[in-house]
Design a protein around this ligand. Structure first.
Ligand SMILES: Cc1cc2nc3c(=O)[nH]c(=O)nc-3n(C[C@H](O)[C@H](O)[C@H](O)COP(=O)(O)O)c2cc1C
Length: 357
């Protein structure tokens, strides 16, 4: 019987098990360079027993940043700093992909260098506020991307993916979930365009598909994953009420690119998950829906055993348990995540969660 503790061949990359560390923003990058630090290398190296680590959301361009102290992959300095992280993880036998996250309209001019302002599919402001160095501030109305800007953005993702490989990453994950730029193009409330990037399903899925295509051709399809969250409302996005009507065509188009994996954040029901999996021929990575604020627990392992997914990802519990696979295998108690230290700060709540023994 297959278990989550069995090794896995991810399109040629060997994973020691099927338990994945989900991408998590930690807002501890050094500014103004937006580079990971020695502490970041230690944090990820501590978690190298994951079958696969997916990093925190990392901006592919300066304007793609939506939170304080998030790292980028668009400068030579950033590539060099990430190299120390990937070396540390590889020295511990781990595998690590970089998550490329462009936050689009989520963000604030106060977070951006050089007078940049957040951009989006349309000049439609998201409801809500964002944490900045000046405290909580209302989201702003984004600048609507022109056709030329969109083509530039696709190129930025491809360039950042090349940078990721130059920095020693084993691959990249394109963030198409959680209400950020690519999800904003999918969403009917954020995308009011009437050109080839908006309106019909075919048009709204185009940016995600074109970014995935550009990234795959830059670094290889086997080293490219895509994350989606159908039905997720985070960051004030509203998907089409007919979720399958948007996401089956999207997943089918992505399937044509022969990508390494699809990472599904399960916000809708298991029926949609199963439908999307059926449309997806390659590795299927699931971050199971567990209800609000309940982290994925030991029962996530059942999803691999019963074939619902090939790989399962853990967020909050991986943050709090550097040796999560060993603890799950032994049925040992788990450290509980401390929300107060999720974002920003120092080693506390970052590298000081104890391992067993
Ligand atoms: C502190 C924190 C930061 C997160 N940052 C990201 C991120 O940068 N990119 C992303 O795709 N998801 C992000 N997420 C969502 C997680 O990847 C995951 O989908 C979510 O926590 C649910 O999984 P869990 O129940 O195992 O925690 C974050 C979650 C947490 C707790």
């Amino acid at each position: 019987m297959t278990t989550a503790f069995d090794a896995y061949d991810l399109a040629g990359t060997k994973l020691g098990n099927r338990i994945v560390m989900a991408p998590m923003t930690r807002s501890r990058a050094q500014e103004p360079e937006r580079i990971p630090t020695a502490l970041t290398a230690e944090y990820y190296a501590q978690r190298a027993s994951a079958g696969l680590i997916i990093t925190e959301g990392t901006q592919p361009s300066a304007v793609g940043q939506g939170y304080p102290n998030t790292p980028g992959l668009h400068s030579a300095e950033q590539v060099q700093a990430w190299r120390a992280v990937t070396d540390a993880v590889h020295a511990e036998g781990g595998v690590i992909f970089a998550q490329l996250m462009h936050t689009g309209r989520i963000g604030h001019p106060a977070l951006l260098p050089d007078g940049l302002v957040p951009v989006g599919p349309s000049a439609v402001r998201a409801e809500g506020r964002v944490f900045t160095h000046e405290g909580m501030l209302e989201f702003v109305t984004p600048r609507e991307l022109t056709e030329a800007d969109i083509l530039r953005t696709i190129q930025d993702f491809a360039d950042a993916a090349r940078n990721a490989i130059a920095a020693g990453f084993d691959g990249v994950e394109v963030h198409g979930a959680n209400g950020y730029l690519l999800h904003q193009f999918l969403a009917v409330n954020a995308n009011r365009r009437s050109d080839r990037w908006g309106g019909s399903v075919e048009n709204r899925i185009r940016l995600t598909v074109e970014v995935a295509r550009a990234v795959a051709s830059a670094v290889g399809s086997h080293r490219t994953g895509v994350r989606l969250s159908p039905g997720g409302r985070f960051n004030d996005v509203t998907d089409d009420a007919d979720l399958a009507g948007t996401y089956v065509p999207l997943v089918t188009a992505l399937a044509g690119l022969d990508l390494g994996y699809l990472h599904l954040v399960e916000k809708a029901d298991r029926e949609l998950t199963t439908r999307l999996r059926t449309a997806w021929p390659n590795t299927f990575l699931l971050n199971p829906g567990t209800g609000s604020d309940v982290p994925t627990g030991a029962n996530g392992l059942d999803l691999v055993r019963d074939g619902t997914a090939d790989l399962v990802s853990y967020g909050a519990l991986f943050l709090a348990n550097p040796d999560l696979p060993a603890r799950l295998a032994a049925g040992e108690p788990l450290n509980q995540p401390d929300r107060a230290t999720f974002y920003g700060g120092d080693a506390r709540g970052y590298t000081d969660y104890p391992a067993l023994g």
